[in-house]
Write a protein that binds this ligand. Structure first.
Ligand code: ADP
Ligand code: ZN
Ligand code: MG
Length: 689
């Protein structure tokens, strides 16, 4: 015991020696600099890199890991004394200094936390999923004995150090009598306190398993140092919760919590995918293949037959464009959002699951959301403690990566409102139950949805086919429709599926998933793109031309909007990135225009005639000729169902109700007659053929 006491006393001196003698590889003493800053700016923490201390004295460093509470308390007292010796006025403002240890080598996986780590200093990596607002924890309680004979104040518990549970004394330490005691808040001391929950990162969760979580506690200058959605590395002391805090039968309460000592937020996106030198060589070599882009597209969900343009869109989305910050601070996303709407059983879910597997950082969820936080964020209340938490949803958790959302049409009403901001500004703002916050949601959305009426009806506008408002639809860069039409390709589809099931594939033509994932991570991390003048002028011409066509057409629909121009830029950049090229060429721009055309035609628009009308696609209001024609056909059909034929007068009246003017109706009737779609059964009276 005595021996230990002497040793412990030495720890303080050793630490001072370390601080004074330390030199980094540039010969600087960063710890003395820190001490000076602590004094100058009244900071509360000294941050020590574990490796530095370990190099100086292994025993001291090991002691911090194995017996952190006691050791750190000795060291903190010593540093505090050292600081007030240098500047006595420091103690008037700051009562306690913290030693924060970073770079602790003992990193424990969340799912491997066991009792043997209790009361040890460990490091945990994860994603912060929710946090409470900052509260005040009583750190030094002053009680008053309410007996009129006494009325004395005293500190309780006497040793000042206590955990979260505060027990009222049974007898007065001043007069020794029992009685009533009152906490004197003005004289007591409080420390900022915040609880949060970290969870395993999505890519670490074994397939089919529910992510593990751990409660963590921040105090003093650490509160609010991380937000939900942040990927963090926390160092802290693993503590076991007091029994009284655990209500029996509750599943959401954990046996452990981590009292945080230091926290680092990982800024480096895509570091999770490890790329060796060997991998890099393979990636570089692949990129030199002139058909690399076709090869990548074929490697997307190879077991799914056909759907080339959808696979192409998914590939573009996985590579993404480059985000830009304008001089005025406005941020333009680089993420390419893709939506697939399709009949049931057309492999939508399969394609999405593949996308989530191959994306370097992805969160897979359904529109309903797999947690209470849904797609964006929410404020939840812990049933056991009653605490309010700000909880991150899928798009926030996917920050820096890809949010794969199946059955997006089933999303909840709160998300319907919040997703607009999430998809364009890439933030999620929330103000609820006293919590006001803005979280980052810089994620690409790859989503799929089912048609509102069970099957996709080509004659109707997009928004009439899916249960999503036009405002959300317009935030997707590319939308594709998968219609299940039995026909000539069935034989090929069948043999493709049968071959895949028999384990036969075109292995040599496709890049395996693991390498593809590395390729994508490598491209996203290393390739920043720049538009060449040629590419720029091509995109500009296309945009101007399309806008002009719209202003020439009689009822002047808004043809394409600046949103589509931004989308074209992103798509061109993604094509360049797929070939690991930083230069965006004319050919990339051509491809971008081409896939945009396919998208527009796919949703029912005639590009050649200039009748691309984004408004129509999204709102379903009949503006393009084709759309109007189907409406008039419907009208004729209905009227001639009850009468013998539909009189022009009646058709015009009905059509005007849909916003189609008389002139257009007359012209369309004559067009349709010429095309043999309708015939004049009596003068000025028509029937469908
Ligand atoms: P969805 O989500 O569109 O309703 P699924 O992804 O659940 O459809 O697909 C249903 C099943 O049909 C899956 O097993 C899928 O592999 C198969 N399937 C559908 N279309 C194709 C295709 N084009 N090629 C190969 N398999 C397909
Ligand atoms: Zn008393
Ligand atoms: Mg599905």
């Amino acid at each position: 015991m005595i021996l230990l006491a002497i040793q412990q006393a030495d720890y303080g001196d050793l630490l001072l020696e370390f601080i004074n003698s330390f030199r980094d590889n540039k010969g600087k003493n960063t710890y003395i600099n820190q001490i000076n800053e602590i004094i100058a700016y009244r900071k509360k923490s000294l941050v020590i890199n574990f490796a530095d201390l370990f190099n100086f004295n292994e025993q001291l460093a090991t002691q911090i890991i194995n017996n952190p509470k006691e050791t750190l308390s000795i060291l903190e007292n010593k540093i505090y004394e050292y600081i007030i010796e240098k500047d006595p006025t420091y103690q008037e403002e700051i009562k306690k200094i913290h030693i924060r240890i970073t770079n602790v080598p003992r990193t424990v996986e969340l799912r491997k936390i066991r009792t043997n780590y209790a009361n040890k200093l460990i490091s945990i990596e994860g994603i912060l999923v929710k946090s409470t607002p900052v509260k005040q924890r009583l750190s030094k309680a002053i009680f008053r004995h309410l007996n009129p004979d006494c009325m004395q104040d005293f500190v309780w518990p006497p040793d000042e150090e206590f955990d979260e549970i505060l027990e009222v004394p049974s007898t007065c330490p001043v007069c020794g009598k029992a009685g009533q005691f009152k906490l004197i808040e003005d004289k007591s001391e409080f420390v900022d306190w915040q609880k949060a929950v970290i969870q395993e990162r999505p890519e670490e969760i074994p397939p089919g398993q529910i992510p593990r979580q751990l409660e963590i506690v921040f105090e003093d200058d650490l509160v609010d140092s991380a937000r939900p959605g942040d990927r963090v590395k926390v160092v802290g002391v693993l503590e076991i919760k007091k029994d009284s805090q655990i209500r029996r039968g509750s599943k959401s309460i954990f046996d452990f919590y981590l009292k945080v000592n230091s926290i680092e937020i990982s800024q480096k996106v895509l570091d999770e995918v490890k790329i060796s030198e060997d991998d890099e060589k393979k990636i570089r070599e692949l990129s030199r293949d002139p058909w690399i882009r076709e090869k990548i597209i074929s490697s997307i969900a190879p077991s799914i037959y056909g759907h080339w343009e959808i696979k192409e869109a998914i590939a573009l989305s996985l590579f993404g464009g480059v985000p830009k910050t304008m001089p005025d601070g406005t941020r333009i996303r680089g993420d390419i959002h893709v939506l697939i709407i399709g009949d049931p059983g057309t492999a939508k879910s399969q394609i999405l699951q593949f996308a989530a597997r191959v994306a370097p950082r992805a969160v897979y969820t359904t529109g309903k959301g797999s947690t209470a936080a849904g797609l964006t964020a929410t404020v939840t209340r812990d049933k056991n403690s009653g605490d309010y938490y700000l909880e991150a949803g899928a798009l926030v958790l996917a920050d820096g990566g890809i949010a794969v959302i199946d059955e997006i049409d089933k999303m909840r009403d709160e998300d319907r409102v919040a997703i607009h901001e999430a998809m364009e500004q890439q933030t999620v703002s929330i103000a609820k139950a006293g919590i006001v916050a803005k979280l980052n949601a810089r994620a690409t959305v790859i989503a799929a949805g089912n048609p509102k009426l069970g099957r996709y009806i080509a004659e109707r506008g997009l928004s009439e086919n899916i249960n999503l408002p036009p405002t959300i639809l317009s935030r997707f860069d590319l939308i594709f429709i998968l219609v299940d039409k039995p026909g000539t390709e069935d034989e090929l589809l069948a043999s493709h599926i049968l071959d895949a099931h028999a384990g036969k594939g075109k292995e040599n033509e496709i890049i395996d998933t693991d390498l593809l994932k590395k390729y994508i991570a490598y491209a996203r991390k290393n390739i920043a793109t720049k538009l060449t003048d040629e590419a720029k002028s091509l995109l500009q011409d296309f945009f101007v031309e399309m806008r002009k066509k719209s202003s020439e057409s009689p009822d002047s629909p808004i043809i394409i909007t600046p949103r589509q121009l931004e989308a074209l830029i992103r798509l061109s950049e993604a094509y360049a990135r797929m070939a690991l090229r930083s230069e965006v060429t004319r050919e990339d721009a051509e491809r971008a225009i081409n896939i945009m055309r396919i998208f527009l035609e796919n949703v029912g628009l005639d590009v050649e005639s200039g009748k691309i009308d984004i408004d129509t696609i999204m709102t379903g209001k009949p503006k393009s000729a084709r759309e109007k024609m189907t409406r008039i056909l419907e009208i004729i059909d209905t009227i001639s169902g009850s009468n013998e034929c539909a009189r022009v007068k009646d058709i015009i009246k009905e059509a005007e109700g849909l916003g189609i003017d008389k002139q257009s109706v007359e012209k369309l009737i004559s067009d349709m007659r010429k095309q043999g779609l309708i015939y004049e059964s009596r003068p000025e009276c028509y029937r469908k053929v």
